[in-house]
Design a protein around this ligand. Structure first.
Ligand SMILES: Cc1cc2nc3c(=O)[nH]c(=O)nc-3n(C[C@H](O)[C@H](O)[C@H](O)COP(=O)(O)OP(=O)(O)OC[C@H]3O[C@@H](n4cnc5c(N)ncnc54)[C@H](O)[C@@H]3O)c2cc1C
Length: 447
């Protein structure tokens, strides 16, 4: 425990495993500390991940065990049944638990030491520098010392929450920036399910995403395959409070669909859908993945961002270790690259997401009916890329939206605000200085 690690990573999800593997591959001593019994445990949902991310982030493609079936067709439908057929899907279904296991094995094979069943309690601070972590294991508290520490603990943010306020990493996530989700694959009673298909209750081999069914920001998705005898069901959104939780919503669906039987695998959890923190590093510390709120705010997808962030973070870590300098300036490149790149698109979608909150589910129906939200917009949201602004597309939207001018106006205003936010992120300070960061923060447009 007294050994001085080059890097200590807290949390072995996609972000933590990737960062640990990459830095260990560079020949450095890496300790990866995970709370669960084994990386991926308790997190066996399917994640839809951008196909291009594996090569972009330089991570292994999901092995056979971690792969899942791709839907043949995909529809997105509003609460009242207005639907848009999606273009070819830019995302790939991946079994999260199996993929995280695969990444954890990659980290171990690269030389990282993985400690499981251990909960990181917080950072060890020497003045303003993070020099290690404390963690509990079997009721005992231990300490590990490291040159650098990474918080990849996801929503708990076990380390970032206990850092100096002027690192801007210790923020709370408000309920309005939190998505509750549950996704399970279950067996079906094929005979009864066939009848349900004939009765128009459910579709076979067509993925359906229904938006705004519960709260304005909510999705109910399923993909049933009669031949395989399985159904994959996801519910998620800003739930709880005056809406049911994801678990309650899930049981309601089971109550309505008696042909759905026992769980094959699946879990639920909460996802932060805020824009990223104003900075992603402190002295001796990096934050990546859900812990840094690097999630696409309109649909709660964080896997691809976690992999991209871990890749960028690993480059900064290796440079800092080579240069034997561990403060914010030494780690800033990761921060700048993420914020001005992918972070800017995430921030764009954060503003759009905030706008969606102000809408009524009936508005979303109308926007889909009028083509104000089109298949190409949905496709871009999945990529993620900002909405296309080709003049023909806009003219078509205007023509169709003329009878729903207030919606068009709201959408256009949100679009302008989003652009402003994205541009601001793109101008994220290239080098760290107190002054540069303060002035960037002061210039942040409202969301
Ligand atoms: C039901 C559901 C469906 C989802 N669907 C999608 C999807 O389709 N596409 C997509 O891209 N994303 C999806 N997501 C989100 C995605 O799973 C996350 O964005 C992603 O897992 C983030 O990776 P991460 O490594 O940052 O954090 P996590 O996956 O949260 O991993 C954090 C790890 O840290 C560990 N940990 C936590 N606290 C401590 C501590 N104190 N000490 C030690 N270890 C700790 C946890 O046990 C965990 O292993 C979904 C999430 C849910 C819940």
């Amino acid at each position: 425990v007294d050994r001085k690690w080059d890097l200590i990573v807290a949390g072995a999800g996609p972000a933590g495993c990737t960062l640990a593997a990459k830095v260990a591959t560079g020949g450095y001593n890496v300790l990866l500390i995970e709370r669960s019994g084994f990386p991926g445990d308790g997190r066996s949902w399917i994640v839809d991940v951008e196909r291009t991310v594996f090569s972009e982030a330089g991570v292994p493609r999901p092995c056979q065990e971690a792969s899942w079936y791709e839907p043949e067709r995909q529809l997105i439908m509003s609460a009242k049944g207005k639907s848009v057929e999606l273009l070819e899907s830019p995302v790939l279904p991946v079994r999260n638990r199996e993929y995280v296991r695969q990444l954890a094995h990659w980290a171990m094979e690269s030389g990282a030491e993985v400690v499981t069943g251990s909960t990181v309690l917080g950072p060890v601070l020497d003045g303003h520098l993070v020099t290690g972590v404390t963690y509990s294991r079997d009721g005992d508290t231990a300490r590990a010392n490291g040159r650098l520490v990474a918080d990849c603990t996801g929503l708990p943010g076990a380390i970032r929450k206990n850092t100096p306020a002027d690192w801007f990493l210790d923020g709370d996530i408000s309920a309005r920036d939190l998505v509750l989700a549950r996704r399970e694959v279950r067996r079906i009673d094929v005979g009864a399910a066939r009848e349900a298909v004939a009765g128009g209750v459910v579709l076979d081999r067509k993925r359906l995403d229904r938006t705004a069914v519960m709260s304005p920001y909510s999705v109910f998705t399923y993909y049933m395959d009669l031949e395989r005898g399985e159904i994959d069901i996801l519910v998620g959104g800003k739930l709880g409070g005056r809406y049911p939780t994801a678990e309650e919503w899930f049981s309601r669906i089971l109550g309505r669909w008696p042909f759905v039987k026992e769980t094959l695998f699946g879990d639920g959890a909460a996802i932060p859908v805020r824009r990223t923190w104003d900075a992603l590093v402190g002295d001796g510390l990096l934050v990546a993945g859900d812990a840094a709120c690097q999630v696409i705010p309109v649909h709660g997808s964080g896997t691809a961002s976690a992999l991209i962030a871990a890749n960028l973070a690993s480059q900064s870590v290796i440079r800092a270790l080579e240069g034997k300098s561990y403060d914010r300036s030494a780690l800033w490149d990761y921060c700048h690259q993420f914020q001005s790149g992918r972070g800017s698109v995430l921030a764009y979608y954060y503003v759009i997401q905030r706008h969606t909150d102000s809408l009524d589910p009936a508005d979303i129906d109308k926007m889909m009916e009028k083509g104000i939200i089109s298949a190409s917009d949905v496709h871009n949201g999945l990529l993620p890329a900002p909405f296309k602004k080709n003049p023909l597309d806009l003219a078509r939207k205007l023509a169709r939206g003329i009878s729903s001018l207030h919606l068009m106006a709201g959408f256009a205003a949100a679009g302008l605000k989003s652009e402003r936010m994205m541009k601001h992120y793109r101008r994220y300070p290239e080098r760290y200085s107190r002054h540069a960061l303060d002035s960037w923060r002061r210039g942040l447009p409202s969301s």
